[in-house]
Design a protein around this ligand. Structure first.
Ligand SMILES: [Zn+2]
Length: 232
């Protein structure tokens, strides 16, 4: 009797260990099949184009976007991603002049030469009503991949939105150059509203920026390792 029990116990243990090992192998093989994905990180605005300005601190969006982009890069590299940035300084992405068109074309060229698995464009939002808050993701409605990527990012960011704003949001379709300029899965992450004092405080906080980049990285991983593997 004792022996039967022991055998059953050992069988149960071996099965449990096998289940865990197989689950881990599954995740790892998904990651290995998609080893070192390349992500373009686009810090919106820069140089003479500061983007929107913080109502209280007068901080420019360009400044915040750049800081968050560097933090996102660090986070993604720590997770085994390759990264390419369209802007690495306070100047515009354009080489010679600060003209917007040239700046955007330079960003497009960076994206095309990177041949990325995804493009994440970092921005901050503004709305006439100062009540409006939260992180909001945009996609090109003509891109299925972009839509899926945006939904994953929005789901992940909604964990923060629920804590800070009390509710989550849906990702939105939009007509933006950075989303339309390539066929790679692309999303704009509007990290919060600089027209809202509480969001502005969060966007200036190192701690909140860390949470933001982790949420973006989590959403990206789900897109690459879950959606991509399903689509194969
Ligand atoms: Zn912007």
């Amino acid at each position: 009797m004792f022996k039967v029990k022991t055998v059953l116990l050992i069988t149960a243990l071996v099965t449990a260990v096998a289940v865990v090992v197989l689950a881990l192998l599954g995740t790892n093989s998904a990651k290995q099949a998609y080893a070192a994905p390349t992500i373009v990180i686009d810090a919106g605005h820069g140089g003479t184009d500061g983007g929107v300005t913080g109502a209280e601190s007068r901080v420019t969006e360009a400044e915040i976007n750049l800081a968050i982009s560097f933090m996102l890069e660090e986070e993604l590299i720590s997770r085994g991603f390759n990264t390419v940035k369209t802007r690495t300084s306070e100047g515009t992405a354009a080489i010679v002049t600060g003209e917007k068109q040239q700046d955007m074309e330079k960003r497009k060229a960076t994206i095309l030469s990177a041949v990325p698995d995804a493009v994440i464009s970092i921005h901050c939002n503004k709305f006439p009503s100062s009540e409006r808050r939260g992180a909001q993701v945009f996609f090109n409605p003509h891109s299925e991949n972009g839509k899926t990527l945006a939904a994953r990012l929005q789901d992940s960011l909604n964990i923060l939105n629920i804590v800070e704003v009390g509710r989550g949001f849906s990702s939105l379709g939009g007509d933006y150059y950075i989303l339309n300029c390539s066929a790679y899965p692309s999303a704009i992450v509007e990290c919060g509203f600089l027209s809202n004092a509480e969001d502005e405080k969060l966007l200036l906080s190192e701690d909140y920026r860390k949470k933001l980049v982790k949420a973006i990285a989590d959403g990206l991983e789900k897109f690459l390792y879950v959606d991509f593997m399903k689509a194969r």
